[in-house]
Design a protein. Structure first.
Length: 360
């Protein structure tokens, strides 16, 4: 009797079955990548996270230098009250019980220093309106109107994912009328329609440092959402950003997800057919790993230009990428000091310093 011939796998899909295969591969272990990985793993998917750094976390990771721990990317977190969006996010991911947050100075979570001028942001919307109105009495009516507008626009933005059903959709233009009216304008233009005092403008725009885009370029909606995020103050996680990542990685592993550090992705494997579907990744060492879905938490430019390759992109997408600009560069200095911080007048609030009251 002759033995049957070895089975021949004559398709790429069959060959991949004999190789490492996952439901989803996530490139990059920043907070966004880990959040996506947790959601997919909790839904029953087999998830692999690949990270080129030696620790997970991206900008949320912590590092040690001379025995001291530093966190480069987590400065403060807002909307942690009961039922608020960040709190709901942490509960939804299943990490809320693993996190402890300290509230920053509620009377001054933002210390604004513009030349010789000083202003402190209180952790309450009405208190902020009152404090600004006391400082700039001639702008009192405009201050409340402007800040109310930022709150309305932000609430409309936050409500969009929850709009369902025919009636809600047909009334969407009314439900989001402030968003629709101001959504296409820059922060500089909208604040200019409401506020005239240059110092007041700069105080209200001081949080542009958080997103790194100047008032003349940042959409009013984006900046409004940022202000809304901190209207009730800021919090800092015990253990820094590393505590967030530890909670997220532990939760991912609990749901059978896997994270591999020091594993750089060279390129995303694209099917060579009309669908041009992402089916896997090639690592720097040449190994190929396949998956039904590829999620990239890497920078958009790196994802499309390097990992996929511009030659595989449509001309429309290439043009869009060419027109995409990055926010400003920032320099970060990490220090340890041997001093009494309270005697030096420092507390848990941020200090936002500008050399002068130059118009932005």
């Amino acid at each position: 009797m002759t033995s049957p011939p070895n089975p021949i796998k004559n398709s790429d899909a069959q060959n991949r079955d004999a190789i490492e295969k996952w439901d989803t591969i996530v490139i990059g272990s920043g907070a966004g990548g880990l959040a996506a990985a947790i959601c997919l793993a909790r839904a029953g998917q087999k998830v692999l996270v690949l990270e080129q750094h030696d620790v997970p976390g991206g900008w949320c990771h912590s590092f040690y230098l001379n025995g001291h721990r530093f966190t480069p990317g987590v400065h403060y977190v807002g909307l942690l009250g009961e039922g608020e969006s960040t709190s709901n996010l942490y509960r939804g991911l299943g990490i809320a019980n693993d996190l402890v947050f300290f509230r920053m100075n509620p009377d001054a979570y933002e210390h604004v220093r513009i030349g010789a001028e000083r202003f402190d942001y209180p952790a309450d919307f009405d208190s902020l309106v009152t404090r600004l109105s006391d400082r700039f009495p001639k702008e009192k009516k405009h201050i409340r109107k402007y800040l109310e507008l930022t709150r309305k626009v932000s609430r409309e933005l936050y409500s969009m994912p929850y709009i369902k059903g025919f009636w809600q959709k047909i009334t969407l233009p009314y439900r989001t009328r402030h968003f629709g009216k101001y959504g296409l304008f820059s922060l500089k233009r909208v604040i200019g329609w409401h506020i005239k005092n240059p110092l007041l403008k700069n105080i209200l725009n001081v949080q542009c440092g958080d997103h790194g885009v100047t008032p003349s370029k940042v959409p009013f909606v984006l900046h409004s959402a940022l202000m809304y995020h901190y209207y009730e103050g800021g919090y800092y996680p015990m253990g820094g950003g590393g505590a967030l990542i530890k909670a997220m990685t532990n939760t991912l592993k609990k749901h059978s997800g896997e994270i591999r550090t020091r594993t750089a992705v060279r390129n995303i494997v694209i099917e060579d057919n009309q669908r041009k579907r992402a089916v896997g990744v090639t690592l720097d060492n040449g190994q190929e790993i396949f998956a039904d879905r590829i999620v990239s938490n890497a920078d958009v430019g790196i994802t499309y230009n390097t990992l996929i390759g511009r030659e595989k992109l449509s001309s429309k997408l290439q043009k869009k990428l060419s027109n995409t600009k990055y926010s400003c560069t920032s320099l970060m200095l990490f220090l340890t000091v041997d001093m009494d911080l309270r005697k030096a007048g420092l507390d848990s609030g941020n200090i936002k310093h500008s050399r002068n009251n130059r118009r932005l």
